[in-house]
Design a binder for this molecule. Structure first.
Ligand SMILES: Cc1ncc(COP(=O)(O)O)c(C=O)c1O
Length: 434
């Protein structure tokens, strides 16, 4: 049962959940609910697993999965690098004094002002996504390393992958139509910048490692073409993120070190086969580092039983703090934090508090039969793409993020207040209300 929980999770003799040495019930009493509980040790351990294979500098944590000042500080201490894809993520990293040289800037539509920000900060790498962007980079006068983002025609999500012929994606430059070749040619010519290599990100929640093998094969073939025809030797190969994690008991989280080792061997094999210099391998994991590091605690409220149909257990959060189930049918497990060993009752639907029938966190989940108002419900594996996608639908304030470590809990993102929600509002005459 604890496989989907942070590595430090334990169940006490009386059936209480503890994480990072802190009792979930006490965390909820101290910080309120809903609350995202972030286990520092799990985050560090998983980040270190990547670093153990590639070296810390070659691991660019994907800030989009969960980015805040404290996380940037942790990454810096671990010596990792950071991938940002907006001015907001960059501003967060800079506020944390994260070294700009270890930042790679992503995004399919970086604005001039974002590129200016990157220039001023001294961002170490820009991952180029379009021809327009190459022109914007030249216009802004950035002098940095460039990577060209390739769409290799391999799309991988969950347990399957497909070879996509026409590379239907808003991201990057396609291989099949020769656009990638042209992009490399133009990137080599951007004044003041140095093209250092290629980038590809083939999807998310990947369990099927063969997808990476195929992507590497295609990228090696492309690297061979550009070496022969343009004389460009790719020193760096960034294979993005995407490694999956288990959200439910029927999934198994792949071992990070084994998976990265396998990708690294594929790079060696494919480049050697073409007598190419082996590029330095970089990656951009998000979910596989932070996903298992957090759980969300909710307080159960209304329990609506519709005999012969279903039981709805509504909690005090929902699609504003975790939109993944509504957005792409993401699945989770749920437990009651002070009855972790209780016998599971019939399936119920765990729903949120928003005015939307689709505001469902888990459609059919077993919870103890005596589930009732006031119970503390824990949903594990909520570290990635939950807080970072959190929103204020129905003017619901976003929850805090509380870091637990060695028996202590520390707020690393405060709970939003109604004043925070109102701070941008203005009256009809443009004046500040209140
Ligand atoms: C370019 C790029 N790199 C890295 C990631 C991180 O992926 P994951 O969180 O699945 O590891 C993403 C996610 O969308 C991405 O688009």
């Amino acid at each position: 049962m604890l496989e989907v929980f942070p590595a430090t999770a334990k169940i006490t003799d009386d059936g209480h959940l503890t994480i990072g040495g802190c009792n979930a019930i006490e965390i909820a009493e101290q910080h309120g609910t809903p609350v995202i509980v972030f286990d520092r040790a799990t985050f560090e351990k998983r980040a270190e697993s990547y670093a153990a294979v590639l070296g810390p500098r070659q691991v660019f944590y994907a800030g989009k999965s969960f980015c805040c000042v404290a996380v940037c500080e942790l990454l810096d201490r671990l010596g990792l690098s950071l991938d940002v894809c907006t001015g907001g993520e960059l501003a967060t990293a800079l506020r944390a004094s994260f070294p700009a040289d270890r930042i790679a800037f992503h995004g399919n539509n970086k604005s001039i002002s974002e590129l200016e920000m990157a220039k001023e900060a001294g961002v170490g790498r820009i991952v180029v996504d379009s021809f327009e962007e190459l022109e914007r980079i030249a216009k802004v006068g950035l002098t940095t390393r460039l990577l060209v983002r390739i769409t290799p025609g391999v799309e991988a999500h969950t347990h399957e992958f497909v070879q996509t012929g026409q590379e239907d994606s808003k991201f990057g430059f396609g291989l099949a139509d020769g656009v990638a070749f042209e992009a490399v040619k133009r990137a080599m010519a951007v004044p003041g910048c140095t093209l250092v290599g290629l980038h590809a990100h083939i999807g998310s929640q990947i369990f099927e490692m063969a997808a990476f093998d195929l992507a590497v094969r295609r990228l090696a073939a492309f690297a061979n073409d550009i070496r022969k025809e343009l004389g460009f030797v790719a020193e760096e190969l960034n294979l993005g993120g995407g490694l999956g994690i288990a959200h439910t008991d029927d999934e198994i989280t792949p071992d990070i070190e084994e998976s990265v080792q396998r990708i690294s061997s594929a790079v060696q094999r494919e480049f050697e086969a073409l007598s190419l210099a082996i590029p330095r391998l970089y990656c951009e994991p998000g979910r596989s580092i932070v996903g298992p590091a957090a759980v969300t605690l909710y307080r159960a409220g209304t329990v609506k039983q519709i005999p012969g149909v279903r039981t709805y257990v509504s909690v005090d959060g929902g699609m504003s703090d975790n939109i993944r189930p509504a957005l792409y049918d993401a699945r989770y497990e749920a437990f009651v934090a002070d009855r972790m060993n209780a016998k599971q009752g019939p399936r119920v639907t765990l729903s949120g508090k928003h005015c939307e029938s689709g505001d469902v966190l888990i459609r059919d989940v077993h919870l103890p039969a005596d589930i009732c108002e006031g119970d503390l419900i824990v949903v594990p594996a909520t570290g990635a793409y939950t807080y970072s996608m959190a929103n204020n639908y129905n003017r619901v304030a976003r929850p805090p993020v509380v870091m637990v470590h060695e028996g202590r809990s520390t707020v690393i993102v405060e709970r939003e207040t109604n004043d925070d929600l109102l701070k941008l509002d203005r009256r009809l005459d443009g004046s500040k209300p209140g």
